[in-house]
Design a protein around this ligand. Sequence first.
Ligand SMILES: NC(=O)c1ccc[n+]([C@@H]2O[C@H](COP(=O)([O-])OP(=O)(O)OC[C@H]3O[C@@H](n4cnc5c(N)ncnc54)[C@H](O)[C@@H]3O)[C@@H](O)[C@H]2O)c1
Length: 271
Amino acid sequence: MANNLLKGKKGIIFGALDSNSIAWKVAEAAHAEGAQIMLTNAAVALRMGEINVLAEKIGAQVIPADATSMEELGALLDAAEAEFGKIDFVLHSIGMSPNVRKKRAYTDLHYDWLGKTFDVSAISFHKIMQLLYQRDLMNEWGSILALTYVAAQRTFSEYNDMADAKALLESFARSFGYHFGKKSHVRVNTISQSPTPTTAGTGVAGFDKMLSYGELMSPLGNATADDCAKYCVMMFSDYTKRITMQNLFNDGGFSSMGISADMFEHFNPEG
Ligand SMILES: NC(=O)c1ccc[n+]([C@@H]2O[C@H](COP(=O)([O-])OP(=O)(O)OC[C@H]3O[C@@H](n4cnc5c(N)ncnc54)[C@H](O)[C@@H]3O)[C@@H](O)[C@H]2O)c1
């Protein structure tokens, strides 16, 4: 049920690849709440994914941009400014690790690839914010979000260098949140989401086990992509104006758990 929570607001959503993508669900939910949206992704993702289906559905323009390229991000913001003027919300929903993709062990990282992991998955967030900040493109009381995972704070052995990228991403939200708050009352937060079956998610080794583990440990069960979309809408809305520089868990309670009765049962079904 939509409540026009984002009526009149304009935003840029990075990272919708296909209908499983969290960004896809956020775009649909934000549109249903009255927002106008510009979609963007890397050119290769535009060719391989289904973003045009989404764009048509929600009446959004799609502008290609590699989120590591200041030049392409600049062109994206030119297009956004031409269409919207200033912007009310931004979602960074981007992650990629060549070390994960090529199954390099954490103890044998390829350092050029580590640099790429950081650039795509974390530094891109700083680049986007820096351009928005310097060009003064965010409206007062706007909201900027990025998606993260609890492996930034606790060790998940198979999450590899993405854990370090997420730690950096969360730190950028705090550090830039200060400057954006002082400049124009813009808030910057990260949402730490449960394991979610998407292209990026299922690329992590042992993803199915992490999904089952999350389900057994979380009193409310894993948060879905739709749950995440609703949380993002709330964070873009005027109901969360003074929440900033936070890492917000959308994980069914997982991050506060030690062990659960369901896990005991899992290890000893005979009781
Ligand atoms: N799926 C999960 O289990 C899970 C859990 C917590 C957080 N997250 C985070 O959610 C975000 C969205 O991932 P998802 O799970 O929806 O998967 P997804 O594969 O649908 O989305 C990842 C997106 O990143 C984009 N991308 C990669 N390189 C890029 C580049 N250079 N420039 C621009 N875009 C680029 C891809 O094209 C894709 O659209 C990521 O930050 C991911 O780490 C996912």
